[in-house]
Every structure is written in C-alpha cells, then in structure tokens.
Design a protein around this ligand. Structure first.
Ligand SMILES: [Zn+2]
Ligand SMILES: [Zn+2]
Length: 244
C-alpha cells in the first residue's frame, strides 16, 4: 500500500503535508493493532455469516451466482458489500452508542491514506461481520472474493488519500476522495452525509449525498474533542457507553 500511496500523494497532493504529520503515530498504532487483531479474530467476524448460511442455505442460490461471469460477481460483491456497509455506517452515525465508537474515525486531523486506519476495533468488527453475511449466503466463487478484497482495500485507502483530483461528475456514481473528504468534514451541511465507500450512487438514492466541487476547509469532529492517545481512543468509547 505504501508503494502505491506514498508516490501518489507526493506527486498529486491536495495539501502539502509534513512526513511526520499530526496524528500519524496514532493512525499507525490503529493500523498495526487492527491488522494484528483481525488476523486473530477473523473467525469471530465470519461467525454471523456462517450461521446465516447454514440456517438459510438454498442450494440454487450459490449455483446461480457461480454461473455468472467472474467480473459480474466481483461487481455484485462490491455493490452488495457497500450497500450493507452504507446502513451499518449510517447507524454508527445516528445511534448515540455506536457514534461513541465511530467518532474515533472522524477525529483524524488531516486526511491521507493512513488516516483510513483510524477505526475503533468495534467499528471494524461490526461493519465487516454484517457486510459478509450476504456475500457468504449468496455463495460467490472464491476467485471473485479474492479479486474483490484487494480492490476494496485499495478503494478504502484511496478515498481518504491526500489526492487532488475531483473526478468531475463521476462522484455521483462512485465514491471519490472528494466525496469521502466531505464525509470527514466538520462543516455543517456535510454532517452525516456520504456513507458509501465505493458507490456514492447509494447516497444519491437515499438522499445522503453532499459533494460540492470544492474541497472542505475543516475536518474532524463537530464541536467535540478527542485525545490523540491510541490507548485512550481504544478505551474511551467503552467508558462513555458504560456511563450512559
Ligand atoms: Zn462516518
Ligand atoms: Zn473515512
């Protein structure tokens, strides 16, 4: 990922950034922690999907899905996973309890590809576990899943990146960095907008799309402050929820 994004952001940066930018240490800690932990608890994330598949298995469904061309299966996975992700993401914004966990992601002071890793572990587990349910139940071919995974990983990083091009009207269909930068903006009209990570058309359909042609001026939390300490970011949502 560094091989792709470091040169990309050096050549086509939106804002000139110091290498040791504010918040970098915290984002790196989230990156390491989430990746290590995800390897260890993957079975937990896949558990709900496995349960649904076993309980509601219909033989004809994976049979039909696997008869589709590989490219179509990949597009379908991308869309279905993003469709689920949209509603989970929206719930993380609207539920006061879930927001305590998701606000960690919105506390990034500066946007770049590494800022995407600042995610609370509960956020990652819930979002992935729910998005996997339809993919596993529908029974896509493993080849399609293997193509989907790197695409979605790169896309998730790309939309956060410090990359200057806006891609014009494409932003009404696909989530571009401009669209997701607005999701991270603390400016009033952009609050609780742009939940899709791949297909912004989902936001257009559900009336949650907001993306002027210019880039946001202000990023981060709206009227809230959060410690930059990784440990505090990990623990604080639990403490907040217990207090409620
Ligand atoms: Zn969000
Ligand atoms: Zn984000």
């Amino acid at each position: 990922m560094s091989l792709i994004f470091v040169p990309l952001e050096r050549l086509f940066f939106l804002r000139r950034q110091r290498f040791l930018r504010p918040g970098l240490k915290t984002d790196l800690a989230h990156y390491g922690f989430n990746h290590l932990l995800m390897g260890g608890i993957f079975f937990l994330i896949a558990l709900p999907a496995e349960w649904v598949r076993k309980r509601y298995f219909i033989d004809a469904v994976p049979h039909f899905i696997q008869s589709l061309p590989l490219w179509l299966q990949v597009v379908l996975i991308l869309f279905i996973a993003d469709f689920c992700q949209y509603f989970v993401h929206r719930a993380f914004h609207t539920s006061p309890i879930l927001w305590q966990f998701h606000k960690i992601h919105h506390s990034v002071p500066q946007m770049d590809w590494l800022a995407s890793s600042r995610l609370h572990v509960i956020d990652v587990i819930v979002t992935r576990a729910i998005s996997y349910i339809p993919i596993v139940w529908l029974g896509f071919s493993l080849d399609a899943v293997h193509i989907y995974l790197p695409i979605v990983a790169i896309q998730a990083l790309f939309v956060h990146s410090n990359f200057r091009y806006g891609f014009g009207g494409l932003r009404y269909g696909l989530t571009t960095p401009l669209v997701h930068h607005w999701h991270h903006s603390s400016e009033e009209p952009a609050l609780d907008k742009n939940f899709a990570v791949t297909f912004s058309i989902i936001d257009v359909i559900f009336g949650t799309f907001y993306c002027p042609r210019n880039w946001p001026e202000k990023y981060g939390l709206h009227g809230e402050e959060i410690s930059e300490s990784f440990v505090k970011q990990l623990l604080f949502p639990f403490l907040k929820v217990l207090k409620k």
